[in-house]
Design a protein around this ligand. Structure first.
Ligand code: NAD
Ligand code: ZN
Length: 248
C-alpha cells in the first residue's frame, strides 16, 4: 500500500493541473449510504423508482418522503477525512476543482471552495413547473412531509428537490464547465464512484485522451479501473495518507 500512496503523491506532485471526480463512495464513511449499499428503511425501493420525474408525478408524497429522509440524514452527518484531505489539497494549490456527483454538501462543509455539482444539491429546492424559475434554500417545511407538501409561492405548483433525476438532462453550464476542467487537467483523481452513470463516468476519459493521467481510489473494481494509471483498492480515507506524503 505504501508504494501506491507514494506513487499517487508522485503523480500529484508532477501534475500542474489536478482535478477530482467524486461519487457517493467518498461520503460512505460519513454514514451516507451509496445507492448500491443498504439503506434500511428504503431498500425495498430502487433509486430509479423514486428519483424520476415520472415517480414524482405519480406519487409526490412518496418521493418527498424519501428526500426528506435523505436530507435529514445528510444534514446531520459530518465530512470525513477524505473530504478534509481534498479541501487541504485545494488550499495547498494542488487540487483546482472538485467535480462531484454527490448531492450532499460535505465537500463544502470540509472547506472546499471550487466544487461543481453535476447532479445538483439537496440544499436547493426548486419549482416543479418548467415554466417557473423559483428556487429556495429554505427547508423549514421538511417536518410537515408527507402530510403537507411544499408549494411554490410564485405559481402554486409543487416544489421539488433541486437534484437531477434519472432521465433528466444535466445543467448544461455545469457540464460544459466540468468538461472544460477535464480538458485542462493533466491528472484526475477519481474517488468513490462506480463509474457507470453517464456522462460523469466519461469525464476522466477526456483527461486521459488529452494525455493526462487517472488515479482511481475505490475498494472495488470499476469500468474505469482499466483506464487508470494507478488504481488504489482502498477507502477514500487513503487521501489523508497521500496528503501527508505531499507535505513531506
Ligand atoms: P454509486 O453508489 O454508484 O457507487 C459508489 C462507489 O463507491 C462504488 O464503486 C463503491 O465501490 C465505492 N465505495 C464504497 N465505499 C467507499 C469508500 N469508503 N471509499 C471509496 N469508495 C467507496 O455512486 P456514484 O458513482 O456516485 O453514482 C450514483 C448516483 O448516486 C450519483 O448520481 C449520485 O448523485 C447519487 N448518490 C449521491 C449520494 C451523496 O450525495 N452522498 C449518495 C448516494 C447516491
Ligand atoms: Zn413556481
Amino acid at each position: 500500500m505504501l508504494t501506491e500512496i507514494k506513487r499517487a503523491a508522485e503523480l500529484i506532485e508532477n501534475s500542474s493541473y489536478t482535478t477530482v471526480l467524486t461519487g457517493a463512495g467518498i461520503s460512505a464513511e460519513s454514514g451516507i449510504p451509496t445507492f448500491r449499499g443498504k439503506d434500511g428503511l428504503w431498500n425495498k425501493y430502487r433509486p430509479e423508482e423514486l428519483a424520476t420525474p415520472h415517480a414524482f408525478r405519480k406519487n409526490p408524497s412518496l418521493v418527498w418522503e424519501w428526500y426528506a429522509w435523505r436530507m435529514k440524514l445528510v444534514f446531520s452527518r459530518e465530512p470525513n477525512t477524505a473530504h478534509f484531505a481534498l479541501a487541504e489539497m485545494e488550499k495547498l494549490g494542488i487540487v483546482k476543482k472538485i467535480i462531484t456527483q454527490n448531492v450532499d454538501d460535505l465537500h463544502e462543509r470540509a472547506g472546499s471552495k471550487n466544487v461543481l455539482h453535476l447532479h445538483g444539491k439537496l440544499r436547493d429546492i426548486i419549482c416543479s413547473s418548467s415554466l417557473c424559475s423559483y428556487s429556495t434554500q429554505n427547508i423549514d417545511f421538511i417536518d410537515s412531509i408527507p402530510e403537507k407538501l411544499p408549494e411554490c409561492p410564485k405559481c402554486g405548483s409543487l416544489l421539488r428537490p433541486g437534484v437531477v433525476w434519472f432521465g433528466e438532462s444535466l445543467n448544461p453550464e455545469v457540464l460544459t464547465s466540468a468538461f472544460g476542467e477535464a480538458e485542462k487537467s493533466d491528472l484526475i483523481l477519481v474517488v468513490g464512484t462506480s463509474a457507470v452513470v453517464q456522462p460523469a463516468a466519461s469525464i476522466p476519459l477526456i483527461t486521459k485522451r488529452r494525455g493526462g493521467k487517472i488515479i482511481e481510489i475505490n475498494p472495488n473494481e470499476t469500468p474505469l479501473s482499466y483506464e487508470s494509471d494507478l488504481s488504489i483498492r482502498n477507502s477514500a480515507a487513503i487521501l489523508q495518507e497521500i496528503l501527508l506524503h505531499l507535505k513531506k
